[in-house]
Design a protein around this ligand. Sequence first.
Ligand SMILES: *Cc1c(COP(=O)(O)O)cnc(C)c1O
Length: 405
Amino acid sequence: MAATTQPTPFAASMAAEIDQLKRDRVYKRLNYLESPQGPRVRMEGRGEILILSSNNYLGLCDEPSVVQAGIAGLQTLGAGTASVRFICGTFAIHRTLEAELARFVGTESSLSFVSAWNANEGFTATVVGEGDAVLSDALNHASIIDSMRLAKAITKCTTAVYRHGDMDDLVAKLEATRGARRRIIWTDGIFSMEGSIAKLPSILEIARRFGAIVVVDDSHATGVIGETGRGTPEHCGVFGEVDVITSTLGKALGGASGGFVAGPEAVCDILTQRSRPQLFSNALPPTVASSALAAVQFVAAHPERVRTLRDNTRYFREQISEAGFKPLAGETPIVPIIVGETATAIQMSDMLLDEGVFVTGFGYPVVPKGEARVRCQLSAAHTRADLDQAIAAFKTVGRKAGIIK
Ligand SMILES: *Cc1c(COP(=O)(O)O)cnc(C)c1O
């Protein structure tokens, strides 16, 4: 049957909202890729493009052993689980993957979810109860924020937000929640818009003083920082000391999808028993569990990949500063270049794409007014030639846009 030509009132109201987004110049246009995620991709209508905005930090999206493990998983275990875990949807590969992930991030146990988003929501909404307090860094990821909203709606727990990285404000918020039954400090390991790193040693010291629990979402850090890629705790010298770590399989660890909560075995078991994404939604497909397992094994066996990422990061940060740009200082492969106005960031991003380099511009309200930025992300898969080409494109576009001389 042909589609009706007359939009329904519902469709028409949605279309009006879309028109408004376009008028406000905040409409997101999608770019379609026709090759695996990698330092260079084939983009529909544009040909070969250099990518500087993916989370493919270690280049594992098309790593042969990772891809082969996915194919083998598909052939031996089939396409999917066809059930939630406690009914008949748990595979031995889930247990193997979870043991490997726990070993990698330095915890007793771990439990996989279909995304880090699900892991965070499952964790907070399950573990936090009435009389508890959750304290959150102001720049925490949306999934943490939503997990707190959900927990609050269910349990009437207390929530508080401390200023980004501000330990005095964290202490003040802990002082203000002294009567709480259990207190949780939630923080990103690496903050995605700034590329900054959580002050874990201070946070842990403060938490111990107040008897609070520390939960770190290390999605941008697992496989990325620390001498051997074991994340923010390794980077900060507190490996094995964080109460609970959550992270994603959708970034450095192969980039497919999936997330996990890692911590004491009893915490993971409580989530198996009670978290609603575990009870009412299918587990990670065995194909993805298989490729993710190969990815984490690859990182454990190849710390030199992490070293290459670190070298690429240092080189790019040096060269882009030398070119006259102002990246936010830091050591992570997230390199935000502040350009000022939102329109400038969007224009830069468009002009860079015309030069064959894909980076995304972010403006208000994602970041504060006047601090719009293009956010570059480095990968171990970038060659020096890739990085030099990116720097050259930035120079061309930066001069045209009047950002550098
Ligand atoms: C990317 C990211 C997530 C979401 O990961 P998914 O597995 O894609 O749901 C959650 N938290 C943080 C900090 C992230 O950077």
